[in-house]
Design a protein around this ligand. Structure first.
Ligand SMILES: [Zn+2]
Length: 254
């Protein structure tokens, strides 16, 4: 595999407990293996995602948070944060934006990974979950410009956390991806992490689908399995290095 870009730190922000595992887990595992500190931020704890008799939202959240912790451990995450917004009712409010800004300013990630809020459907048999769109909108709006503006949500300064502008945003994308991360070495970890979400898997073996989708993303590139992103660079190398020291110069697509 080529000389890959590895950020020093990365924060993935998603709606539900298994969203990271479905979308960007191969990349996060690869970066973590290379020394990147990774943070998982889950907006909801998936509390309406277990359809069993007598299941309560509180119990479901407990089960799914435990599964997420197992998955995060498999993927080498440094931390996992539960915002505990209500599953199925996530809205990209100013309050949610502020809560995400708080996490970004605290962890100070070089890269933020989030979803694509413009995805509404794929093919003729899928409607993107409204929570996914809300989380993606809130995350992007938190990243830019809010997290980097000291006079916005300035009350967070009282918590001892200062403004921070991430260097890059990796938007997980099915059709609009322009950069592809080779996940050949970590696809098995991705599958294992997905299987940690036992309450969601039932009899389903995720391996064939995950491999098929990753092979689709890798098509035409010199790799077997990939995850695709639309990458937005918010801070150029020179400016970033002045503040944060030398950075990885490897290619984003490798
Ligand atoms: Zn989801």
């Amino acid at each position: 595999m080529g000389n890959i870009y590895v950020p020093k730190s990365a924060m993935a922000i998603t709606a539900h407990p298994d969203d990271i595992e479905f979308s960007c887990a191969g990349t996060l595992a690869r970066w973590a293996k290379a020394g990147c500190r990774t943070s998982f931020v889950l907006c909801t704890s998936g509390d309406v995602g277990i359809a069993e008799e007598n299941m309560t939202r509180a119990r479901a959240a407990e089960i799914r948070e435990a599964e997420s912790q197992d998955a995060a451990r498999i993927l080498g995450a440094a931390e996992i944060i539960f915002l505990r917004e209500p599953d199925g009712m996530l809205v990209a409010t100013l309050e949610l934006r502020k809560r995400i800004v708080r996490e970004i300013r605290r962890f100070k990630p070089e890269v933020v990974i989030c979803g694509d809020p413009t995805i509404v459907w794929a093919g003729n048999d899928y409607i993107n979950h409204p929570d996914h769109r809300a989380a993606a909108t809130a995350a992007l709006d938190a990243v830019f410009p809010a997290a980097g503006q000291p006079n916005l949500f300035e009350e967070l300064e009282l918590e001892g956390i200062s403004a921070h502008k991430p260097r890059k945003v990796f938007v997980t994308s099915w059709s609009g991806a322009d950069q592809f991360i080779n996940i050949e070495e970590t696809i098995e970890l991705k599958i294992e992490a997905l299987k940690a979400h036992k309450s969601q898997m039932g009899e389903w073996d995720p391996a064939p689908s995950i491999k098929e989708w990753a092979a689709e993303s890798a098509k035409g590139k010199e790799m077997q399995y990939a995850e695709g992103y639309r990458v937005v660079t918010l801070v150029d190398d020179e400016t970033w290095e002045k503040k944060n020291g030398a950075v990885s110069k490897g290619s984003s697509s490798s």
